[in-house]
Design a protein around this ligand. Structure first.
Ligand code: DX5
Ligand code: ZN
Length: 219
């Protein structure tokens, strides 16, 4: 049985107090800290880079799950490795045919390697890198902003991916889903086959972060 992990996105957090923001996620029972790295080129928004990851590292023992929405992510890997990242996700749309090599480069730093696809990318496009990846991240919104609505077609992509992983002998593959996930739709996301749940707005807008994280996990 796959463990359900909740990965709140700090994009919805307080950038002026990111250390305390990250510490509060651990205190309130999160499993990962989802760090949305955006360069203003791959996506229009600019958020932060490996410097921020380095500065928040001492505030938590939780895995730092770095989602690189950047051009040429292979050029950034050493910086995130040195900063203390535990998982690095790179977009197929940017890496294209070199994604397997980039995933190997990430693993060479002793970091978990994750491949990401956007909502418009057919899930079949990621099938041939399953062997190289420790996790697959399926975007359920178009990347660049928090607070968007969940794209319902994502559910069939999750199901297809989980079925493919089981058939490929990788039933334990972590499938992370990212964008627009709330307490109302999380059960559908998990029953479709996802086990790592990114939630920014749902967690940071909550009056009771601990209770929301527990409910997202299905407790
Ligand atoms: C969007 C980011 C998502 C987003 C999730 O580009 O990758 O992680 O911050 O935020 P919510 O949960 O508010 O949709
Ligand atoms: Zn993200």
């Amino acid at each position: 049985m796959l463990q359900i992990k909740i990965a709140p996105s700090v994009l919805a957090g307080d950038f002026a107090r990111m250390g305390e923001t990250v510490r509060s996620l651990e205190e309130n029972g999160a499993d990962y800290v989802h760090c949305d790295v955006m360069d203003g080129n791959f996506v229009p928004t600019i958020t932060f880079g490996d410097q921020m990851v380095r500065h928040i590292r001492p505030y938590t023992s939780l895995p730092l799950d770095c989602h690189l929405m950047v051009l040429q992510p292979e050029m950034r890997l050493e910086g995130f490795a040195r900063a203390g990242a535990d998982v690095v996700s790179v977009h197929l749309e940017e890496c294209r045919e070199s994604i397997a090599r980039t995933l190997r480069l990430i693993k060479n730093y002793g970091i978990k390697a994750s491949a990401v696809i956007n909502p418009d990318t057919p899930v079949e496009k990621i099938f041939d890198v399953i062997g190289e990846a420790d996790m697959v991240l399926l975007m359920s919104v178009h990347p660049g902003w928090g607070g968007q609505k969940f794209i319902p077609e994502s559910l069939s992509k999750i199901e297809k991916l989980r079925n493919f992983c089981v058939a490929a002998g990788r039933p334990e593959m972590d499938i992370e889903v990212d964008g627009g996930i709330t307490e109302e739709n999380v059960k559908d996301v998990i029953s479709a086959g996802a086990n790592v749940i990114v939630a920014g707005s749902a967690v940071f807008r909550s009056a009771d972060m601990r209770a929301t994280i527990r409910r997202l996990r299905g407790e």
